[in-house]
Design a protein around this ligand. Structure first.
Ligand SMILES: Nc1nc2c(c(=O)[nH]1)N[C@H]1C(S)=C(S)[C@@H](COP(=O)(O)O)O[C@H]1N2
Ligand SMILES: [Mo]
Length: 404
């Protein structure tokens, strides 16, 4: 924003006045967006989402579908596509890969625009990697339910995350072939889904600048998910995978990439996806990059257990900062903690499955907690500092259950 004020950054596809208005609006807390009162919809589907959304697998929230964590119990490290959460600003476009192309353009290239067909991308050297995609607002509803604080946005619990094996071509490879030059500073991938209109302002197509340092590091242009072509809802034919970074960096249905010699500003790195509010810099913090640290039980809220019978509690923990080092579980509301058994080799950009035994005691209400520590030494805190848009909730979540 300082560079912009000094005329050294450029707003990409939106007027300066609209951007300033978005930033000002972000500083104010407004109530959570509850799932819109649904017009009579066929159960288990959503008009803007192609795949079925059976209620045992998903909770629909506005234009989005949250994975029910209980539905991950018994699945492997990778989240099957049929239960991977969907976050759409508008709706899923269905794109024919034969007529699709990717255009790389901008003043950060040494020459003119370069097009890549789907077949041309497929012919480049392929790379695979396991990575989670997690919405920056995952866990947002706990600002209200655990901390009594107002935040705006979709009221996710913990299921706005999934982990998949992605296969594609390195973005660095494509940028190199397109002729990225030494003046390039920002790379701006843009989706082919509809323009986003918010409070009467047309924000344009979904797009968020990525600094060249990350773009040239471990970012993929992915065309496969778990060994299959990308499904429509997850970005077919090609999406970005930006390991460890917040979900919005992982642009789906990418159609073009601008390579810029100036820093770029769009709604998604100015009014959105920055931390606003008391305790954060005036006018908002730096654009968010890495995800934070979280843990979830593979259990429905309010699950019922018989007293005195041994249970195997299972869950997952993850961090965008470093591989998970350890996980502790409490079955008495946080009075006592014991280590959970890790079921996966912790890796950066992925999650670990864990388990712990529990023999429920006297009938009544109980609260289960799980707390992860990553290899950078960070542990999940008791509370998360408030921000108006409810991003990066990392506090330990209280999971209510009933013993009968
Ligand atoms: N083109 C486009 N890309 C997008 C989005 C979108 O609405 N349009 N949503 C983003 C957000 S906010 C998230 S959290 C992830 C969700 O990816 P998924 O729907 O495959 O789970 O996609 C990101 N990429
Ligand atoms: Mo997101």
């Amino acid at each position: 924003m300082r560079q912009w004020a000094a005329g050294r950054a450029r707003s990409a596809g939106i007027g300066r006045r609209d951007l300033l208005r978005l930033v000002a609006a972000a500083s104010v807390s407004v109530p959570l967006v509850q799932a819109a009162a649904a017009p009579a919809l066929a159960a288990g589907s959503l008009p803007g989402v192609v795949k079925p959304l059976p209620p045992e697998l998903f909770t629909v929230r506005g234009t989005n579908a949250e994975t029910n964590f209980a539905a991950l119990r018994g699945t492997g490290l990778l989240t099957p596509a049929d239960r991977f959460f969907v976050r759409n600003h508008t709706s899923t476009p269905v794109i024919d890969e034969a007529s699709w192309k990717l255009t790389v353009w901008g003043d950060g290239l040494t020459g003119g625009p370069v097009d890549f067909s789907y077949a041309a991308l497929r012919a480049l050297p392929a790379t695979s990697r396991t990575a989670f995609v997690e919405c920056a607002g995952n866990g947002r509803s706990f600002f209200a339910s655990q901390q009594g604080q107002q935040v705006s946005g979709t009221a996710w619990t913990l299921g706005a995350i999934g982990t998949a094996r992605w296969r594609g071509v390195r973005l660095a490879e494509v940028l190199r072939r397109a002729g990225i030059g030494p003046r390039a500073v920002d790379v701006l991938p843009r989706g082919l889904d509809a323009e986003v209109v918010s409070d009467g302002t047309n924000l344009g197509r979904v797009r968020r600048p990525l600094p060249v340092a990350k773009a040239l590091d471990d970012v993929l242009l992915a065309y496969e998910m778990n060994g299959e072509p990308l499904p429509p809802d997850h970005g077919s034919p090609v999406r970005l995978i930006v390991p460890s970074w917040i979900g919005i960096a992982n642009i789906k249905w990418v159609g073009d990439i601008e390579v810029s010699a100036q820093p770029l500003l769009t709604p998604w790195n100015t009014g959105l996806y920055r931390l606003f509010g008391p305790g954060h810099p005036d006018g908002g913090g730096a654009p968010l990059t890495r995800q934070t640290l979280k843990s979830a039980f593979e259990l429905a809220p309010g699950a019922v257990f018989p007293a005195g019978r041994r249970q195997l509690l299972t869950g997952r923990s993850w961090s965008g900062g470093a591989p998970v080092r350890s996980v502790e579980v409490s079955t008495d509301g946080g009075a006592r903690w014991r280590p959970a058994r890790l079921r996966d080799e912790p890796r950066s950009g992925s999650w670990v499955r864990w388990s712990a035994d529990w023999v429920p005691g006297a009938p009544g209400a109980a609260v289960l907690l799980a707390r992860a520590t990553d290899r950078s030494g960070r542990s999940q805190p008791v509370t998360t500092a408030h921000n108006t848009q409810g991003y990066l909730f990392d506090a330990v979540v209280r999971h209510p259950v009933t013993v009968v």
